[in-house]
Each structure stands twice: as structure tokens, then as C-alpha cells.
Design a protein around this ligand. Structure first.
Ligand code: ADP
Ligand code: ADP
Length: 228
């Protein structure tokens, strides 16, 4: 069983107070974890470390048996198996929905690419928008395109960094319900960073609270909120 394991990770940026302090966490395959904490508590840094996009001072990250190497240790930083999605959609404005989703599939042949894009369009309910440009879509639909692109290489892990912060509450609710179903169907392991407790609870199997770089508490929402 493949899972994500973060072992005693420590990170201090140049001449600064520690951003991540002795952080350890194990996430079983296919679990969704919501990570909450105030601004500056180290959430984005932690995601970048997990994705292999940020150096750390000590500690390790494992995906199954594989040790995640840092930019210092790896020629091309990052991993196809671990994809990050941000608040900003970073779509190519002059490329269609299907072109945006298929972008990471550059090394695959045309037939596979088409098949994979079609699967993703269907999964995300974007079939009708395949030849539209990003600006012709709603914010929620654009974020779905970004998530489709992140899913295109069949990653095991998706890291969502405040992905819904530009959307209104109704759009967020709908999208969270829809995406949760999709992530569960694909058995992808998800870390969902948000500062919205309602969003966190909607999406999650378990909650992790982070404060000043430390893991403050973790557990099911029930175990965290129903303690005497
Ligand atoms: P969060 O995502 O919870 O807002 P961050 O991971 O962005 O937290 O930041 C954690 C701490 O690390 C903050 O004190 C922030 O100022 C600092 N930090 C983040 N990125 C950098 C960077 N590139 N260089 C220096 N300090 C940084
Ligand atoms: P968030 O809270 O969403 O993580 P921030 O505003 O903290 O966003 O950070 C936005 C960007 O600025 C990130 O790329 C982060 O690495 C960088 N950053 C944050 N704090 C610092 C800092 N003290 N010095 C340099 N870069 C920073």
C-alpha cells in the first residue's frame, strides 16, 4: 500500500525563524486531509517540500518506498506523481480547455493523448467546453481545468493550495462535493490547504491543524471538535 509519509521535516528560510518545525505525518493511500492554519504557519512551504520543489534542512518525505528528493538533490525538481494546484489557475489563455488539460501529455502519442483528455473532460463534466478558451468559463470551471491538467499524468498525490479562494461560497460548495467524489473514485491522496474551516470539513477525511510551522493537532473532525 502506497502512502505519503512526512518524517521530522525541518525548514528555515535564509536568516528567518523556522517555517516548518519537526513536522511528521502519515497519510494512507486515497485519504483526503485538510490542512488548516493561519497565514504564515508554513502550509505552502510544506506542500512545496512534499512535491520536491523546496529544499529542507532535515527530515524526509516518502511516497511509498520512494524518497522524495529536493531541488538540491534532483536535476529536474518535482515529480509527475505529485501535483500541486494553486489559487490562481495558471491556464494558457490562448489554448482551449482540451489543450490546457493535455499540456503535460506532450511525450505521449496522439491517440493516447486524445483518450486521456476525453476521460478527464468526462470525469470533470467539461465535455461541452472542450474547445472553449479559459476566459469563456466560470472561475470554478477554470479551476476544474487546472485540476484536470494536474490529473492528466495519473498522479498518486494532489496538493491543493487554497484552490477555491477566488470563488464564491456557492461555487466552492458545489466544486468541493464534485471533486471529493472524483478524488475518491481515482483513489488519489489529497492534501487540501485552506483557511476556511467549513470548506475543510466538507472535503475531508481528517484534519490537520498547523501553527507556526508545527503540527498542532490531527484527527477526524469528530475527534478534534467533540473532545470534552
Ligand atoms: P502559509 O502557506 O501557511 O501562509 P508559508 O509557507 O507561505 O505559510 O510561510 C511560512 C513562513 O515562511 C512565513 O514566515 C513566510 O514569511 C516564510 N516564507 C515563505 N516563503 C518564503 C521564502 N520564499 N523566503 C523566505 N521566507 C519565506
Ligand atoms: P500564502 O500565504 O498563500 O502562502 P504568501 O503571501 O505567504 O502566500 O506567499 C506568497 C509567495 O511569497 C510565496 O511564493 C512565498 O514563498 C513567498 N514568500 C512568502 N513570505 C516570504 C518572505 N518572507 N520572503 C520571501 N518570499 C516570501
Amino acid at each position: 500500500m502506497s502512502y505519503l509519509k512526512i518524517e521530522s521535516v525541518q525548514k528555515t528560510y535564509q536568516n528567518d525563524k523556522p517555517a516548518i518545525v519537526d513536522f511528521s505525518l502519515e497519510i494512507p493511500k486515497g485519504q483526503i486531509v485538510s490542512l488548516i492554519g493561519e497565514s504564515g504557519s508554513g502550509k505552502s512551504t510544506l506542500l512545496r517540500i512534499i512535491a520536491g520543489l523546496e529544499n529542507k534542512n532535515s527530515g524526509e518525505v516518502f511516497l511509498g518506498e520512494e524518497k522524495i528528493l529536493t531541488p538540491k538533490e534532483k536535476l529536474v525538481p518535482g515529480y509527475d506523481e505529485i501535483q500541486l494546484v494553486f489559487q490562481e489557475y495558471h491556464l494558457y489563455p490562448n489554448s482551449t480547455v482540451e489543450e490546457n488539460i493535455g499540456r503535460p501529455l506532450i511525450q505521449y502519442d496522439k491517440a493516447y493523448k486524445k483518450k486521456r483528455i476525453d476521460e478527464l473532460l468526462k470525469l470533470l463534466g467539461l465535455d461541452a467546453f472542450s474547445t472553449k478558451l479559459p476566459r469563456q468559463l466560470s472561475g470554478g470551471q477554470q479551476q476544474k481545468v487546472a485540476i484536470g491538467r494536474a490529473l492528466s499524468l495519473e498522479p498518486q498525490v494532489i496538493l491543493l493550495d487554497e484552490p477555491f479562494s477566488s470563488l464564491d461560497t456557492i461555487q466552492r460548495r458545489e466544486l468541493i462535493v464534485e471533486l471529493k467524489t472524483i478524488f475518491k473514485q481515482l483513489e488519489v491522496t489529497v492534501i487540501f490547504v485552506t483557511h476556511d474551516l467549513d470548506d475543510a470539513l466538507q472535503m475531508t477525511d481528517s484534519l490537520v491543524l498547523m501553527h507556526k510551522g508545527k503540527l498542532l493537532q490531527k484527527g477526524s473532525p469528530e475527534s478534534i471538535f467533540e473532545k470534552p
